[in-house]
Design a binder for this molecule. Sequence first.
Ligand code: ZN
Length: 508
Amino acid sequence: MPMPTQDVTETMTRLKTLVGEMHDIHGAQGLLGWDLETCMPKAGAGMRAHQMETLAKLAHEKIMAPELAAVLKDARALAAEGRLEPLDTALVREFGRDYDQQIKLPAAFVQELSHTTSEAHPIWVEAREKKDFSLFAPILTRIIDLNRQQAEIYGYQDSPYDALLDLYEPDLTVKQLDALFPPLREELVTLIEKMKAATSPPTRDCLTRNFDVDKQWAFSEYLLGVIHFDTDAGRLDKAVHPFTSGSSHADVRLTTRIHEDDLFAGIGSTLHEGGHGLYEQGLDPALARTPLSGGTSLGMHESQSRLWENMVGRSKPFWQAQYPRLQAMFPEQLDKVNLDAFYRALNVVAPSFIRVEADEVTYNLHIIIRYEIERALIEGRMQAGDIPAAWNEKYTQYLGITPPDDGVGCLQDVHWSHGSFGYFPTYTLGNLYAAQIFNTIGLRQPDVLKAIPQGDLAPLRSWLKKEIHHVGRSETADTIARRVTGESLNSRYFADYLNRKYAGVYGL
Ligand code: ZN
């Protein structure tokens, strides 16, 4: 017998109350985490650990509560019968996905994973310091094994790696990545080869002079105004490793870094985190306190940061309007550097060992290398001990450089010591989504791009908000891509963007 309409309303109200409370706890966890990285006094660390632990315990109790299981079961039945509003159907789908991910893993397994990764972190730190992968290999073998077990618990169709990708980019599979990454890799390797042969390549000299940090800070704050980040609903602070967090669309915490001897380190990270922040501020307030009030996937989130950092922040139209101000701020350093020289300096491409320092082009090869290795490890085609040789071989083959040691090679990233496999591909997906979206804007809304050299970024900000940010997680990344650009993710647009741009910068 179908549930009476009045009970449908009651079920959804109850579900929303429960998920709202969980959302509040996550918001508090986010703020405590932000505080820890930005302004907590050193002596606060001990008490903070207790506070975080208590909140984590509360969150766990909430998700394991029998009442939640019962309400979700009823809500899922209603969604299956088509008796819910579209937004409620999306809420049940997305919350159900989070719920399944959390409760599918047996408590003993979660404990073992957490124990192993806590143990692994200091070992990784020591191995990296000593540049000796063999110290890290035994515990990494255990972590890989646990990830393989995790994939079996979650289940998959083609590759166990699919189950891990899904944790970060819902529904992403190796089949899709196989259509995206190999052609992109070929394009990138060819482009880098061409750039190496350029007769007068640009240099970064004009960016690596001495730039007063207070003035740089003021310029970062100015840039947030230019891109219409709302400082009544967010703020900017300093952090060693910049990130964005916060508790809702109305409270977004950005962080950036300022380097005295690298002007674009600060500008780039402010625009990058600002892009993440605009996504959060652009969410429909009606989605607040539900799992729908967030970016739809890590890849889509990263597309917004990279769009502002690279497609806007490393473009000539943007600096046509903004460069005079920067020059006026740093006359001694930039007076004799014209716009064209400055633009070319922002876009120097050079193969290097460290992913986080890589440029817009080579960055993606760092990611593809990690993807190929991770996938082979999770599919059991490679063992931990094989990583250094495979790593160095791929760097030599794709980037033309061979890491001199494991410290700047396969030990550089923290992700594996945390137990995260399947995360890296989302960084490059961000670039792919950004290029595809930017291409669509150019075709369908050329006026949005024409306003950029006038210093008017409001049309771009509004378009992104309306088309992408507003819907939150109520649409999947693929649904958004198809609705906005007319097709699923296609690496062609990013390859075309890079080929076009760097032909100009490098005179190819
Ligand atoms: Zn980012």
